[in-house]
Design a protein around this ligand. Structure first.
Ligand SMILES: Nc1ncnc2c1ncn2[C@@H]1O[C@H](COP(=O)(O)OP(=O)(O)OP(=O)(O)O)[C@@H](O)[C@H]1O
Length: 259
């Protein structure tokens, strides 16, 4: 299920703008990796290149390789739609389909992939995905109600259920709790801790406590100035990054001196 990701010499461009330069990193299977750094340093841009999501932005392109269990995602023979099925994404704002029922929201990704699925298999998949996202108990009696009838935190867990329903190996999360209240945030963090038993997780967060709580490894990105590309400054075990980082800029950022 879970797979490791090996990024080598990755550069990302928006047209002529060089947004991220020369990133190499290894992301272990069944681990949580946090991407941190000041606004504009390229965290989201980098994250999107891990499932070719940046390709939906006109002019965005990469150089370098992203290898998932031996397969280069950028090999011309690889289908980007298949990549996004294998590597799911959860965004900052919960984005369930508002008029679609809770159950249909869970199945939305599966249906988009044109997979035929019997009624009883669909019901099973809805249940296991909602259980996986820690939402089942709260919604099991109202699966036919619209996705928009849920609270923000529940909607985000519904989006996680939708992401895991397609059985990806990797989950990318772009500030998944930043629009949520503290209790929902903790629920998402608990869920991330459980999900890493089955998935490789990469999460962008601005919240240092959250990075320290949920991740095994932390990668610090920085940008030297406007118009400059973001770069990976250092990456290490989260505990080391937060106690004895090697680079002064990491320490300054983590301790709140900038960013
Ligand atoms: N669609 C786009 N077109 C052109 N430039 C973009 C686009 N998206 C992002 N950028 C630029 O790329 C750089 C990196 O942006 P990105 O959003 O990846 O940073 P970030 O570290 O995730 O920031 P934040 O923490 O504010 O979300 C920035 O200079 C940004 O302005």
């Amino acid at each position: 299920m879970a797979q490791r990701i090996d990024v080598k010499d990755l550069d990302v461009y928006y047209g002529t703008f060089h947004a991220v330069a020369d990133v190499s990193m290894m992301i272990e299977a069944r681990s949580v990796t946090a991407l941190i750094g000041p606004s504009g340093c390229g965290k989201s841009t980098f994250l999107r290149t891990l499932n070719r999501m940046h390709e939906v932005i006109p002019g965005a392109r990469v150089d370098g390789t992203v290898t998932v269990d031996g397969v280069d995602l950028y090999d011309p023979a690889v289908d980007p739609v298949a990549v996004r099925r294998q590597i799911g994404m959860v965004f900052q704002r919960p984005n369930p389909f508002p008029t679609m029922s809770i159950a249909e929201n869970v199945l939305a990704g599966v249906r988009l992939n044109n997979r035929r699925i019997s009624k009883s298999d669909a019901a099973d998949l809805v249940e296991t995905s909602l259980r996986g996202a820690n939402l089942w108990k709260e919604v099991k009696d109202r699966l036919d109600r619209p996705g928009s009838s849920l609270s923000g935190g529940q909607q985000q867990r519904l989006c996680i259920a939708r992401a895991i329903a397609v059985k990806p190996q990797i989950l990318l999360m772009d500030e998944p709790a930043s629009a949520l209240d503290p209790i929902s945030t903790l629920a998402i963090e608990d869920l991330i801790a459980e999900l890493k038993n089955d998935y490789t997780i990469v999460i962008v967060t601005h919240n240092m406590q959250q990075a320290a709580r949920v991740s095994d490894r932390t990668a610090f990105f920085n940008v030297a100035g406007t118009g400059e590309p973001g770069r990976l400054i250092e990456m290490d075990d989260t505990r080391t990054m937060f106690s004895t980082p090697s680079v002064q800029a990491t320490e300054d950022y983590i301790s709140g001196r900038f960013g």
